[in-house]
Ligand binder design. Structure first.
Ligand SMILES: [Zn+2]
Length: 167
């Protein structure tokens, strides 16, 4: 296993649209293991392949308190969504920035697991929000892009200042 480098906003590569995984091979399983290790080490509750500069539809999530309940989503699709919630979100690609995004309160998704088997999952609360946030990454979208233009400009200035001071 290896810890992968996480792309930092505003890296243009975060806007790449990920391609569907054709077959769940050992190469994909290695990617999943590396992504899980990277997410746990960060620490974060979700990571999309896009964020480690691999543009295939793979997501790892763990919203459990004990950090021992890894959820792997390959080629995820939202089949149904309901309600509205606005959780305060953060992102490993936008460190130190938090803010609300309006999303569905619950979602039903279909995806493949690490063995390449199809499954359906009903999620609500934090897990539902996390799934939608990570699926946005696969579509090339970062959560702060839901915000007003002004708020995005301010956020970018804050990030640049921070990046300078840590160099
Ligand atoms: Zn993110």
């Amino acid at each position: 296993m290896a810890i992968l480098k996480i792309l930092q906003y505003p890296d243009e590569k975060l806007h790449t649209v990920a391609a569907p995984v054709g077959q769940v091979t050992d190469k994909i399983r290695t990617l999943i293991n590396d992504m899980a290790e990277t997410m746990y080490a960060a620490p974060g509750i979700g990571l999309a392949a896009t964020q480690v500069d691999v543009h295939e539809r793979v997501i790892v999530i763990d919203t459990s308190e004990a950090r021992n309940d890894l959820l792997v989503l390959i080629n995820p699709e939202i089949m149904a969504s309901n309600g509205i919630s606005d959780y305060e979100e953060g992102c490993l690609s936008v460190p130190g920035i938090y803010g609300k995004v309006q999303r569905a309160e619950s979602v039903t998704i279909r995806a493949l697991n690490a063995q390449g088997e199809s499954f359906v999952l009903d999620a609500d609360g934090l897990l539902a929000v996390c799934i939608q946030h990570e699926m946005d990454h696969l579509a090339g979208k970062v959560f702060i892009e839901y915000w007003s233009r002004l708020k995005q400009v301010r956020t970018l200035a804050k990030l640049k200042k921070k990046q300078r001071s840590t160099m």
